[in-house]
Design a protein around this ligand. Structure first.
Ligand SMILES: [Cu+2]
Length: 142
């Protein structure tokens, strides 16, 4: 019994350490669907909002559309700055069928961005975009 208690105490201590070791990771779940649309559960019009520089875990499930790349990528997920459509480094992802996770860092510059698909996935491909907003890092999200 004594050992169990001590074990639990040690475990609790460990969890606290982990919780305090850095900012919490913002988990975002996206579906890159077969109809060439990004979807997020609970959102009629999907969009992503993050804080500048925060760690992001992007969990994407991809479903094959009508066409795909020869390398096996079925959709893309690339982040562009809205003002000049320039690519954000580290956010140029190619998606395979199924669920994948990407550990990313939100852009440092607050502002408007756009997610675009980079794989010609169907005749609806051009419409495969999603709004992406970066808030100043001091913003308190609800
Ligand atoms: Cu596409």
């Amino acid at each position: 019994m004594m050992t169990l208690k001590r074990g639990l105490a040690a475990l609790t201590f460990c969890c606290l350490c982990l919780a305090q070791s850095g900012p919490p990771v913002h988990v975002i779940e996206v579906l890159a669907d077969k109809d060439s649309r990004y979807k997020i559960a609970g959102m009629g019009r999907p969009e992503i909002t993050v804080k500048a520089g925060e760690p992001v875990l992007l969990r994407i499930t991809a479903r094959k559309g009508k066409s795909w790349n020869r390398d096996g990528s079925i959709h893309g997920f690339s982040l562009l700055r809205a003002r000049d459509r320039s690519k954000v480094e580290g956010w140029n992802l190619l998606l395979r069928p199924g669920t994948q996770e990407f550990q990313l860092t939100a852009p440092q510059d607050p502002g408007e961005y756009v997610v675009v698909c980079t794989v010609i996935c169907s005749e609806e491909h051009e419409g495969m975009t999603m709004k992406f907003t970066v808030l100043p890092s001091e913003t308190v999200l609800p």
